[in-house]
Ligand binder design. Structure first.
Ligand code: ADP
Ligand code: MG
Length: 400
């Protein structure tokens, strides 16, 4: 994918004293007014440090929560200042507004290599409407724009999209790593390329499934959504979670896969229980063989063996959605076994393995597999829209 990178000659050229407006994702978990997980702060460090080394003045733009165009004190970015300064090992100034005289003065006051965090962009209603007047005001504060917030790139807001049209615009280091990984997984992958899609519902992932069957060589379907596919093929699913009204959609996706020569890997055996709780009696069953009060809560061992063999035969894997109710052992088994297999192949260098999605990240961490995969996206909505094949406005605006 060709987009403007921060270390390309034109950007790296003489950033000394230049004002860089840097969009970051600081929408971090907070507990009692304190940052409770600093993963997103850490993700912004490579870009900030690079700009500091070059003597730029760094003004950070971010949103926090949903103040909907009003100043909501509980949604201030101020609590970020201290932990960010500690991670950077350098002072971080704060400006009470992201536009206007307050912001301008705070940026002017910075020494070369200095950092200021500007207050929540969503305090202004124009942010989310991508208001041109707000965009011009914000653009007036900087000499260049750097977008390092892939997770907000599915939104066309002033700080994620509008600014890119008014200033020289570049992808930050985090954004760059994300785009390169996504490109390696789906844009321009080494083939054969395999997908795993799981999770609870077909209804939330119809566009994603339709896009993937047209682009992948094989696609495994697991989790609750596989029940809908089994039902659509005529199997009894007992008391399983199943969207029976989507049987036609499931059949349409199967037909699309056939036409596109994408091999569909549906479950061939299942793990069932009457109760979705720890310690409930658990049985491994053939398809369709379950009592009316039993539910499919995980993929069976045969299914996992087929999946891992398919991984062995693939060069690239893209994964979203757990294969079972991984939060409640033993229904984590298929997900954990598959994740560890993918991790070992990625570690050995024979598989490019990219995964993303809120519950998927939790499941991969639970399996101890996240660190060994090639890339794990924590971007949530932006990652899913990208898997759906939708252009992301924040990324489109950085393309050359
Ligand atoms: P992500 O957040 O990674 O995109 P989803 O939100 O689509 O993933 O799906 C995750 C949820 O799917 C988990 O809470 C998991 O318990 C649920 N799930 C997986 N398999 C089943 C199943 N067989 N029955 C019901 N729920 C399931
Ligand atoms: Mg989820």
């Amino acid at each position: 994918m060709t987009f403007r990178r921060l270390d390309t000659a034109d950007a790296a050229n003489d950033l000394g004293g230049k004002r860089a407006l840097v969009r970051v994702d600081f929408n971090v978990p907070m507990h009692e007014g304190k940052v409770s997980d600093d993963t997103r702060l850490r993700a912004a460090l490579p870009t900030i440090e690079m700009l500091r080394r070059q003597g730029a003045k760094v003004a950070l733009l971010a949103h926090f929560d949903r103040p909907k165009g009003k100043r909501v004190p509980e949604m201030s970015l101020k609590p970020i200042v201290e932990p960010l300064a500690a991670l950077l090992g350098a002072p971080v100034a704060f400006a009470d507004d992201c536009v206007g005289e307050i912001a301008k003065a705070a940026i002017e006051a910075l020494p070369a290599g200095g950092v200021v965090l500007l207050e929540n962009t969503r305090y202004h209603a124009g942010e989310e409407t991508n208001d041109p007047a707000l965009a011009r005001q914000m653009a007036a504060l900087g000499d260049l724009y750097v977008n390092d917030a892939f997770s907000a790139a599915h939104r066309a807001h002033v700080s994620t999209e509008g600014l890119a049209h008014l200033l020289p615009a570049y992808a930050g280091k985090s954004m760059e790593a994300e785009l390169d990984a996504l490109d390696a997984a789906l844009g321009n992958p080494k083939r054969p390329v395999m997908g795993i899609v799981g999770g609870s519902k077909v209804s939330s992932k119809i566009d994603l499934l339709k896009n993937l069957v047209s682009r992948l060589d094989r696609l495994a379907i697991g989790g609750g959504m596989a029940n809908t596919f089994l039902y659509a093929q005529g199997y009894d699913v007992g008391a399983s979670y199943c969207e029976k009204d989507l049987a036609d959609t499931a059949r349409e996706i199967m037909e699309n896969a056939r036409k596109a020569n994408c091999e569909l890997l549906l479950p061939v055996d299942t793990v069932v229980s009457v109760r979705m709780e720890h310690g409930a009696p658990v049985f491994t069953r053939a398809l369709g063989e379950l009592d009316e009060d039993e539910r499919i809560l995980d993929a069976g061992p045969e299914t996992v063996a087929r999946l891992t063999a398919a991984m062995d035969a693939s060069k690239t894997l893209i994964w979203n959605g757990p294969l079972g109710v991984f939060e409640i052992p033993p229904f984590d088994k298929a997900t954990v076994d598959a994740a560890r297999h993918a991790a070992s192949l990625a570690r050995a260098g024979t598989l490019v393995a990219v995964a993303g999605g809120g519950d998927t990240v939790a499941a991969l961490n639970h399996a101890g597999a996240a660190d060994d995969l090639t890339f794990v996206s924590t971007a949530g909505g932006a990652f899913l829209e990208w898997m759906e094949g939708k252009p992301l406005p924040g990324v489109e605006a950085l393309k050359v």
